[in-house]
Ligand binder design. Structure first.
Ligand code: KFV
Ligand code: CO
Length: 190
């Protein structure tokens, strides 16, 4: 079918997914688990089907986790869904629930370094507090890593690691992703 300028347009992949779909769920229950809500996923012309299912979280580097949690609770009314210390990543962190969707929840992740030579410690020393990374939801983190790696993007993690709320996560190098540290997140099965 031609578009408005008469160019041929390939059929647009549309995925309609209903019912229970895995996602991070510690914050709030589904709005109505009995009512299936369609998720429409479209792709640009000629591109691969979309790999990301949602923005899982935005990671924000902070100096003082408790102070930052209070600020987000008071100012935006967000609630803490989980708190964890991840020694491997060198962070003390909290996930604050923002919104639900059929593909899973989305969160603000507040990150305080447990040591100065950690990724977040170094980031804070260089930039001060602010957005540290974006975490995108994926259905299968190993497949996503293989596909993105095959396109020449440098992988920080060749294999998934343990992430917050039981997720499997992997990072892509910010130097190959337009300066944005990018995390792939396969949420724990509910
Ligand atoms: N965003 C953009 N650029 C960044 C960056 C960031 N967050 N962190 C580092 N860079 C840039 C930095 O400005 C520098 O650029 C270069 O990367 C090397 O930085 O032009 P420049 O000045 O050369 P270094 O020397 O500070 O760091 P390096 O030791 O090379 O490590 C960089 C990298 C990306 C490999 C490291 O930060 C890393 O492994 N990050 C992934 C792990 C991580 O960030 N963990 C904390 C979050 S844990 C989490 O989110 C969890 C558990 N979860 O479930 O969601
Ligand atoms: Co993260």
């Amino acid at each position: 079918m031609p578009d408005e300028e008469g160019r041929p347009v390939a059929s647009v992949p549309v995925a309609v997914r209903c019912g229970s779909i895995p996602g991070r769920r510690a914050g709030k229950p589904r709005r109505d688990a009995r009512t299936p809500t369609p998720v429409i996923t479209t792709t640009a012309r000629g591109a691969q089907p979309a790999m990301f299912t949602r923005i899982d979280h935005v990671g924000i580097a902070v100096h003082d986790l408790e102070k930052s949690i209070s600020w987000y609770e008071t100012t935006f009314g967000l609630t803490v869904a989980s708190r964890e210390v991840n020694e491997e990543q060198g962070v003390r962190e909290a996930m604050l629930f923002v919104a639900d969707s059929p593909a899973g929840g989305s969160y603000v992740q507040l990150l305080e370094p447990t040591r100065q030579d950690s990724p977040v410690g170094k980031f804070l020393a260089r930039n001060g507090e602010g957005v540290h990374h974006i975490g995108y939801g994926v259905d299968d983190v190993e497949n996503a890593l293989a596909s993105i790696g095959a396109q020449g993007v440098r992988l920080v993690d060749q294999r998934p690691r343990h992430g917050s709320m039981g997720a499997s996560i992997a990072f892509l190098h910010p130097k190959d992703t337009g300066g944005v540290l990018t995390e792939l997140v396969q949420a724990a099965k509910r």
